[in-house]
Write a protein that binds this ligand. Structure first.
Ligand code: HSE
Length: 367
């Protein structure tokens, strides 16, 4: 039986991964070993079968005995452990949710409903590193992958509305704490709305307002910068949009992808408003069909108010694998430009699901 190690299974993405694996019965047919960086020797998680006690996530010898390692532990862990493993001659499959190895030549970024052919070719040629993409990129490609597949995209801009979960579990908790602080400060107060507004503003501006993780308020606010600064006024999150999209698609010619990435006070679903310059004019029906037939999770939402406000929102999508795409229309009656809006669960298709599916692909190929 194939021996698979799991590192970082207790964190937010790791927990969603474990949950999805249980739902899909994925633990059957493999021999799991769970690792820990802090609780070595303790009991492993409940997965409906006997599992050995937790192994040491820094124990290169034990890690080297595995056929595949799945890690959601984060980039620092990858940077520390992965080179040591390869140096020791380990040639198993490394499946990673972190970004550390994404752009390496010997890694493939995985999103199999979009780039299964790229994955299969890489597998044939002996690639052993399969890395999950940036969440915004995965969710954009799950939504409009059909237009890329049919080579319709000349360039695009994606203006994002990214949830707190993308910044991490502590940030999600901080967003709720910020909302609670505002709620406590205004609870039961009946006052004219402009006074209420001032009360909210003063609460948020109070130095005691909880901003340890985001560094600035997110509740009643937005943050128009995600991740570090790179070059030319771009954030790293914006840079990834182009770099990772083109790597996932294995583009012969780079397709320009750019935009502004913004954090908004949604909990776990990222949204994006996308404008696409098409290579040729397309009727709206053709655009909708091309989008809808690309995979079984994308769902075209009719461009009307009722469907949009009910089905095309973070709250509608939270915890679901469905990726709705709506507000589809030409700009300015020009059939070579289309604008649309899409939403996806940042922890599912944005993080855990591509990694879960990649493990299944590896297992099928090597079992
Ligand atoms: N970098 C993303 C964000 C999440 O901050 O929303 C991880 O892909």
């Amino acid at each position: 039986m194939v021996k698979v190690g799991f590192v970082g299974w207790r964190g937010m993405v790791g927990s969603v991964l474990r949950q999805r694996m249980l739902e899909e019965n994925d633990f059957q047919g493999l021999k799991p070993l769970f690792f820990s960086t802090s609780q070595v020797g303790q009991k492993g998680p409940e997965i409906g079968m006997e599992v050995p006690e937790l192994a040491d996530a820094f124990d290169i010898k034990t890690l080297s005995s595995l056929d595949a390692i799945v890690t959601c532990q984060g980039g620092d862990y990858t940077k520390e452990v992965y080179p040591k493993l390869r140096k020791e001659g380990w040639d198993g499959y490394w499946i990673d949710a972190a970004s550390a190895l994404r752009m390496e030549k010997d890694s493939v970024i995985v999103l199999d409903p979009v780039n299964r052919e790229v994955i299969d070719e890489a597998f044939e040629s002996g690639v052993k590193n399969y890395i999950g993409a940036n969440c915004t990129v995965s969710l954009m490609l799950m939504g409009i992958g059909g237009l890329f597949k049919e080579n319709k995209v000349d360039w695009l801009t994606s203006m994002t509305y990214q949830s707190a979960s993308g910044a991490g579990s502590k940030n999600m908790a901080e967003l709720v704490e910020q909302m609670q602080t505002i709620s406590k400060a205004t609870e039961g107060k009946k006052m004219p709305v402009l006074e209420l507004d001032r009360e909210v503003q003063e609460t948020i501006e109070n130095p005691d307002f909880p901003t340890e993780n985001f560094t600035v308020p997110l509740a009643c606010n937005l943050i128009p910068w995600i991740d570090k600064e790179v070059e030319d006024g771009q954030s790293r999150e914006e840079w990834k949009g182009s770099a990772e999209t083109n790597k996932i698609l294995n583009s012969k010619q780079q397709i320009p992808v750019d935009g502004i990435c913004v954090r908004v006070p949604a909990m776990r679903c990222h949204s994006q408003a996308i404008t696409i310059k098409l290579k040729e004019e397309m009727e709206l029906k053709e655009i909708e069909n091309t989008i809808a037939k690309a995979n079984e999770w994308v769902k075209v939402i009719p461009n009307n108010k009722e469907d949009s406000i009910r089905q095309l929102t973070p709250i509608a999508v939270s915890g679901k694998l469905t990726v709705p795409v709506g507000r589809i229309r030409h700009i300015n009656n020009d059939a070579s430009f289309v604008t649309l809006f899409t939403v996806g669960d940042q922890l599912l298709w944005g993080a855990a699901e591509p990694v879960r599916r990649m493990l299944q692909i590896v297992l099928k190929k090597i079992s």
